[in-house]
Ligand binder design. Sequence first.
Ligand code: KIV
Length: 276
Amino acid sequence: MSIQAEARRVTAPEIRARKGGEPIVSLTSYHAHTAQLLDRHVDVILVGDSLGMVMHGLETTVPVTVDMMIVHGRAVVRGTKQALIVVDLPFGSYEASPVEAFHTAARILKETGAGAVKLEGGRRMAETVRFLVDRGVPVMGHVGLTPQAINTLGSFKARGRDDAEAEEILADAHAVSEAGAFSIVLEAIAEPLARRITQEVATPTIGIGGSPACDGQILVLEDMLGLAPRVPKFVKRYAELGPAIEAAVSTYAQEVRARTFPAAEHVYASRVKKVS
Ligand code: KIV
């Protein structure tokens, strides 16, 4: 079988072509095992810099490094065969110039095998998006609430609820779309604004706290599985794995203390014949 026939991964241009079509299904994942479980069900897996908070207990995404993104990005690529893997460019690794962004993005694509990168920011990042796309790096944009800017935003509250802010975010989405992004995440913005952006821009929009009208949706996996103690309003919890894990661990602890685990079926018999 030729290498071409084996290459079955979703590509950035395929996602780009889904504008107004079948909704794009996306989730985050940071490690091989969960990525493998997601792979047959989603179009896009984002190795988001939210991994800093979810996996590493950081308060914000600001301290996340390129090396952290590469370790988790590689694991997710190894665990998957089908989904398009997108890796976030972390704070401080791309904003200074388009050239810096290209070096970071190229390193991430080479060292993880991912198919695209995501970066935060609208008009201020449009030149960088164009620079990357022109040099072979597919870019997913991200506007609205941009968590890497938490220190200037001051809070994680929803954006675009008044006319002035809505116009700013609309202009951001247009700029990133026109710069060549293959999709744009719309995070935590007023629903009518997310709907309007989706109608106006030629690029598929992927909502997280956006609108059902978006061209796709994304959630942080641990949030929708019920592993996070507190979640934003836009998260639907599709399972309650937190309590399920705690119940399993509690039973295990009791059984270890009572010496009922391991039972006979969990231990190895000896091959050595008993000698008296
Ligand atoms: O880092 C992340 O997980 C993200 C999603 C919330 C879109 O950017």
